[in-house]
Design a protein. Structure first.
Length: 77
């Protein structure tokens, strides 16, 4: 799910296939992720065959869980 969110943030393209660079979009999404809002976001796979609708709160939970796993792996070495 986090990979799809990364693609949503940084790999969005316009209708003609050019990269869509919008810094305010990135900042707003990261703020919503940090706050864990209940607003929903539609995430689509790169092949456009799979779509997930999730909340920023769910994404935040996934991010926190992934970070906790990294910390646990780093401290167990």
């Amino acid at each position: 799910m986090l990979k799809l969110f990364r693609d949503y943030l940084f790999h969005t393209v316009t209708e003609d296939g050019r990269p869509w660079l919008n810094q305010s979009h990135i900042v707003q999404c990261l703020n919503k992720l940090d706050a864990g809002t209940l607003e929903k976001v539609q995430l689509m796979s790169r092949d456009e065959q799979s779509v997930l609708v999730v909340t920023y709160a769910e994404l935040k939970h996934c991010l926190e869980q992934a970070f906790s796993e990294l910390v646990a792996a780093a401290t167990s070495v």
